[in-house]
Design a protein around this ligand. Structure first.
Ligand SMILES: C[S@@+](CC[C@H](N)C(=O)[O-])C[C@H]1O[C@@H](n2cnc3c(N)ncnc32)[C@H](O)[C@@H]1O
Length: 356
């Protein structure tokens, strides 16, 4: 039997000053554009957004400047939420001298570039369906364009394979194959690590009324994900998937990522400030493909999505809503030869849960 210790973060304390101000949050966010004229870079324009064309199977998020801005904000939220750690980038104990690190679904490559800076002697690869718009990289960082749902062709055994915010990327069979390929491409004793966030907007007190439009977001997108055959509950399935792939020593850390600077504690306030920008810049892109293809009761128009997102944005700006999304980090080790894996021993591994 798998033994699981669930430790959920305590309720986040509220900043009384901000609560009393009732001023909407500021909306200033810089974007950077890059234009390179290859066909992969051109992608496919649809509903005012640009999508990747490498995979014949569509991926739900656009690959455009607005979305890269969103990925950068998501990267910062993850770093702030672990800012008390010497290494906020990952938790896997890979030692000081890793040789090969792989970041799959690297997005803009923010994580891969930071990890390459941290380990100048390692080769850090980031791979994605769309070429990341980066102008400078450390010499030990390689960003590649490839589809990780297909056969992997890297030869070097990896010390760490990392994934972040891959929610909604795959159906169940593709996920199982991705974890299997992670397992096969790690050296014995190497680590897999994944950080995912929930699509639901949550609230621990009564500050978000039951009929608020923000409460419709998670269920609406989750239903679209199901109809698309790509459930968005990645955060809740990854521990089992990692165990089923044969990994041992499974750890998890649960987070509440505040949305907006409503919290009193400085770390949560900073994370909430950046996460607010993450959501403001991200919502249209996260919703557009799902709702225009799989919206209920019929696929939505682009205009309907834009109007819906405008309503959500207006509510996100309200400092009285003490809202957050759940996030979870899972890291686990590939067993050494002759070390019994849970699959072969018939025992589930203990999941060690960290509270933060
Ligand atoms: C939400 S983004 C997260 C990006 C990055 N991991 C981060 O946290 O900033 C997910 C990324 O996965 C990539 N992706 C989705 N399916 C993929 C596939 N089959 N092969 C490679 N990359 C994929 C998308 O193109 C997108 O850039």
């Amino acid at each position: 039997m798998a033994k699981r210790h669930e430790v959920v973060e305590p309720e986040i304390a509220i900043d009384p000053d901000l609560y009393c101000s009732a001023q909407p949050y500021d909306n200033d966010w810089q974007s950077e554009t890059t234009s390179i004229g290859s066909s992969i870079y051109r992608g496919l324009e649809e509903n005012g957004r640009r999508y990747q064309t490498l995979s014949r199977k569509e991926y739900l998020n656009p690959s455009d400047d607005k979305m890269f801005e969103t990925y950068e904000a998501g990267h910062l939220v993850a770093l702030v939420m672990d800012s008390e750690r010497e290494n906020p980038l990952f938790h896997s104990p890979i030692g000081d001298h890793p040789k090969n690190i792989l970041d799959i679904g690297t997005g803009q490559g923010n994580w891969a570039v930071d990890v390459a800076d941290m380990f100048p002697m390692a080769t850090v690869r980031g791979v994605d369906l769309f070429p990341p718009p980066v102008t400078w990289m450390p010499p030990n960082c390689i960003l590649e364009v490839d589809n990780i749902a297909e056969d992997w062709t890297w030869n070097e055994p990896q010390d760490l394979i990392h994934m972040r915010l891959m929610i909604g990327s795959f159906d169940a069979a593709e996920w199982a194959r991705v974890y299997k390929q992670c397992f096969d491409n790690l050296r014995p004793g190497g680590w897999i690590e994944q950080l995912e966030a929930s699509p639901y907007i949550e609230c621990d007190d009564d500050s978000l009324p039951a009929d608020n439009v923000l409460r419709t977001w998670g269920p609406a997108l989750s239903e679209c994900g199901k109809r698309a055959g790509r459930p968005l509950e990645t955060i809740d399935m990854m521990q089992d998937a990692v165990r089923d792939a044969g990994f041992v020593e499974i750890h998890e850390k649960q987070y509440k990522w505040p949305i907006g600077p409503w919290a009193r504690d400085q770390k949560y306030k900073e994370a909430g400030t950046v996460n607010y920008q993450h959501w403001m810049s991200g919502m249209e892109g996260w919703a557009m493909w799902l709702l225009t293809k799989y919206g209920a009761p019929h696929p939505w128009t682009q205009e309907e999505v834009i109007v819906y997102v405008a309503k959500l944005r207006a509510e996100l700006q309200n400092p009285r809503h003490h809202i957050y999304e759940r996030a979870r980090r899972v890291w686990a080790r590939k067993p050494f030869p002759n070390e019994p894996s849970p699959a072969s021993s018939g025992r589930g591994p203990v999941i060690k849960t960290e509270s933060v």
